[in-house]
Design a protein around this ligand. Structure first.
Ligand SMILES: [Zn+2]
Length: 382
């Protein structure tokens, strides 16, 4: 079915939906079901919902294309159950379509250092969630006994914990995967139908706001900015107007993060640094981006590649003076699932290497500060 036919079918379905919604009993039932579902999630009892499938050896399925929000929640419930000591999950704020944003904590809850990771801030880039989740499961499985560069993984992640928002923009992801059926409210459904018949290319949230243009540093600037709600590049009415961007801000304020890692697609490239960040931050970002490049082979684009345009990377590097790296996976959007195995293999050890490198940097800085301590390659175990 081509896109035009698909859009026609969606319009017919929407008409049917509207007719049915006119029936009071139906509307009331839908509302009650929706409210009770959202209430369960908002009460942080999200794991009380049953997972209607047997627990497989490998929880995160990386063999199919549409990795959905519901599947993400199922996987988080199962992963937390299987690895309770190293994976903590909570629900953050709820989007305009009623979907709470999951927050995952991996490693030692009392770790002295932290890194913040994000996936699927852009809707059509949902393979970034699948990648982050598959990596999370792999690290959790290997936590006790696997080594990296001579160190057990638990030594590394006992010192540096990861705070992960695996799907920042669940509403956009579901629209990208299902068209207007992925939207919940009438307003959002009409927004989807009002756009070109290319819902699988949406980057924005259900309000038509590009979350990665909704931050303060360079807000409203950039070459391709749209001035009204759109599938991409609309910054929103003001910075932090969206639940998703406010959740990111809130999470970013929890710790003094060593760095920020953002998963996007596509291009097989890494962006690092920011034009108006200080030189030392950009130098740190280059070092860490080069480390990631050593694993992935992705080309680097530095702070001179674009003006600040309200992106998350621009925001954190200016506000927190910490390096930020944006990894763009795959060759097109949405990234075909056939590309997943090679993407996973290239990124497999990035977290361990990044954390180990940052611990060593911290140790070296402390040793320089106290000149009576001999250099050592050991890392603290907490
Ligand atoms: Zn993106």
């Amino acid at each position: 079915m081509n896109k035009q036919n698909e859009l026609t079918v969606q319009k017919i379905l929407l008409t049917l939906f509207m007719c049915l919604s006119a029936t009071c009993l139906f509307a009331q039932t839908v509302a009650e079901i929706g409210q009770s579902y959202v209430k369960i999630l908002q009460q942080n009892n999200w794991d009380a919902l049953e997972v209607n499938r047997p627990i497989p050896d490998t929880i995160v399925d990386t063999r199919h294309q549409l990795y959905s929000y519901d599947e993400l929640l199922d996987d988080l419930r199962l992963l937390r159950r299987r690895y309770p000591s190293v994976i903590k999950v909570e629900m953050g704020d709820t989007t305009c379509q009623g979907r709470p944003i999951p927050i995952v904590r991996f490693g030692n809850p009392n770790a002295p250092y932290h890194i913040m990771l994000t996936g699927s801030i852009h809707a059509r880039e949902y393979m970034s969630t699948q990648l982050v989740m598959a990596m999370l499961e792999q690290y959790a499985r290997d936590y006790r006994y696997e080594n990296y560069k001579g160190h057990r993984l638990h030594e590394i992640f006992d010192s540096v914990a990861l705070v992960i928002l695996p799907m920042v923009n669940p509403d956009g992801v579901m629209i990208s995967q299902q068209g207007f059926l992925g939207a919940v409210t009438k307003k959002a459904k009409l927004f989807v139908l009002d756009q070109e018949p290319s819902y699988d290319q949406i980057k924005s949230n259900a309000n038509g706001v590009d979350i990665n243009r909704n931050f303060r540093n360079g807000f409203g600037d950039g070459k391709w900015i749209n001035r009204v709600p759109h599938y991409f590049y609309y910054s929103g009415p003001y910075a932090y107007s969206e639940v998703e961007s406010r959740q990111m801000l809130k999470t970013s304020q929890e710790h003094d993060y060593l760095c920020f890692l953002n998963y996007h697609s596509s291009g097989n490239v890494i962006y690092y640094g920011c034009m108006n960040a200080c030189d030392s931050v950009n130098a740190d970002a280059l070092r860490l981006a080069t480390l990631i490049q050593n694993h992935t082979g992705f080309k680097l684009f530095g702070p001179d590649s674009s003006m600040p345009n309200g992106s998350w990377a621009d925001e954190v590097e200016l506000c927190y003076h910490r390096p930020s790296m944006t990894i763009e996976i795959g060759t097109r959007n949405p990234v075909p699932i056939e590309q997943f195995p090679i993407i996973f293999n290239k990124n497999r050890w990035v977290w361990a290497d990044l954390c180990l490198t940052l611990i060593r940097q911290r140790n070296e800085a402390e040793e320089t500060a106290s000149d009576d301590v001999a250099p050592t390659d050991s890392i603290p175990v907490y």
